[in-house]
Design a protein around this ligand. Sequence first.
Ligand SMILES: NC(=O)c1ccc[n+]([C@@H]2O[C@H](COP(=O)([O-])OP(=O)(O)OC[C@H]3O[C@@H](n4cnc5c(N)ncnc54)[C@H](OP(=O)(O)O)[C@@H]3O)[C@@H](O)[C@H]2O)c1
Length: 309
Amino acid sequence: MKSINIVNGPQNVSVIIQGCMRMPALSKEDAAKVIRTAYDCGINFYDHATCYGENGAAETRFAEAFSLTGIKREDICLQSKCGLCFDRNEFDWSKENILSSVDDSLRRLNTDYLDTLLLHRPDVLYDPEEVAEAFDILEKEGKVRFFGVSNLVPMQIELLKKYVKQDLVINQVQLSLEQSQLIDQALYMNNKQTEFSINRDGHALDYCRLNDITIQAWSPLQVGMFGGTFIDNPAYPELNKFLEEIGGREGVSKTAVALAWILRHPAKMQAIIGTMNPEHIKDACDASEVRLSHHDWYALYLAAGKYLP
Ligand SMILES: NC(=O)c1ccc[n+]([C@@H]2O[C@H](COP(=O)([O-])OP(=O)(O)OC[C@H]3O[C@@H](n4cnc5c(N)ncnc54)[C@H](OP(=O)(O)O)[C@@H]3O)[C@@H](O)[C@H]2O)c1
């Protein structure tokens, strides 16, 4: 498994992250298999959020399962996210909510620190001074080592940076062959004949690269938000044909090729997989060893339904 150093953040982290959003559906034993399989494949980074499962069920299940794996806490990075409150139908970046969310995550995860904490989705009503106060307290108390954001456009990050003294080292955003808007708008720049040219994210990709913010790509295999995967999906025949062809040549699965497409981008991103199937985890991790050619990358992009201007 290849690793990267997150600038001003955790070092030697795997390019593939195991996402834990779907873990509440698993038994403790099956969750332990997921954690252990990922770890044995070289993954040392696990992604959580306070809203994954009712009352943080993903974090609770993870901790119960982690104790069965024999893995040492200090050998992995635990990331959680706060501010997205499904239970209350709102986003909340108040100091009180950030502090209590981290305390809840620490208790559920059975740990005394998070390696990274991300603000999950923007709370329009937030006061940046409150976020700054919360981050200072969390850092001072040793509860959070590094900070970042998720689903934020550059100007929102700029506003936060004006107040928060810690570096914001990660932006976790949606990116896949199917959901490639981060990339599309640069290719179709200023083209009024296609909606691919619409800039929906304020050039988040270039901004993050310019500011040494590591992009973590969530749902790398999904259609839309939760539309199921495009792997083996009959609605994507051309894409599956190319994934199969390249996978056959490289000796890896279609899943690995789809992830290798993200990892091939020079921004040195991490890809967060969500599978809870140990065989799929092994397949996915092969992506780390595949370097797609320039031609492969574009061929896959086109096969996913895009065209070049
Ligand atoms: N920041 C945010 O706003 C945000 C939003 C959503 C997710 N996330 C993070 O991103 C992580 C990944 O999201 P995701 O679960 O949507 O990612 P994903 O890896 O794109 O999708 C995983 C889903 O695809 C299924 N799948 C079917 N065939 C598969 C195959 N051949 N290989 C792999 N998976 C296959 C999996 O089922 P099986 O389990 O049966 O393999 C699972 O249900 C989450 O766990 C969470 O940590 C962040």
